[in-house]
Design a protein around this ligand. Sequence first.
Ligand code: IPD
Ligand code: CA
Ligand code: CA
Ligand code: CA
Length: 268
Amino acid sequence: DRHDRARVEELLELATGIAEEAGQMLLAKRPARPEVLATKSSPTDVVTALDRAAEELIRGRIAEARPHDAVLGEEGGDTPGEGVVRWVVDPIDGTVNFLYGLPDWAVSIGVEVDGEIVAGVVHNVPRGEVFTASKGGGAWLRGERLRCNTGVPLAKALVATGFGYAAGRRRVQAEMLAQVLPQVRDIRRGGSCAIDLCSVAAGRVDAYYERGTNYWDHAAAGLIAQEAGARVAGLKGKPVGPDMALSAAPGLFEELHDLLVPLDPERD
Ligand code: IPD
Ligand code: CA
Ligand code: CA
Ligand code: CA
């Protein structure tokens, strides 16, 4: 109802302000050559001091505005709260791009109420783009409502993908790609799951799939893609999970889904 709507829009506004502030901090503090502080699950899976600093800033702002909310963040883990609201934070999605000075990395903040994402913001900082969505309220960029591409057959689809970092996944990812590439127009590996899903929303690519993502990668952007008319799910009716994140307009979604199912190593 109207009351819930107002509350969701308020959460979205707060999330957007915090993402923009974190983005400004990151732009101001990013050294010409950021240093890798540590690697996590694999040598590709890097973390810099600014991943941690951005998450701390975001957590600080959430705690000031809403001290009882829970927060799940990539760098800081799951902090329980006292109410129904949980914030899902990826302080820098696309850390490898951030490290190399490539222009696609984002601050991603999703807001759950009762376990469901109802608001999301993805701020592509180098490009100055702020994608937002609220459940039932549409997906937006620069005051314009986003709509994903429709009616595109698989053979003409530009497909974004990524290769989740968890160790031991590379061979399966490569085998999948080898099967997909000859069936589609072309592939893009942008380096940020959140931006890839926003690109589906904005019609900058036709579809996206990836094995091995984490919840914070797609929490906000999944809602943005969905609110732009795309389907966002895993394989065989499952929700998005570490096995598969898949997004495209209905039609193309099913075509890509059916291509991927037999390639899924966890198939029954
Ligand atoms: C990564 C990016 C990348 C995707 C990986 C993610 P991070 O997030 O979204 O595009 O392929 O699965 O882990 O580590 O840069 O926040
Ligand atoms: Ca990371
Ligand atoms: Ca991420
Ligand atoms: Ca990250």
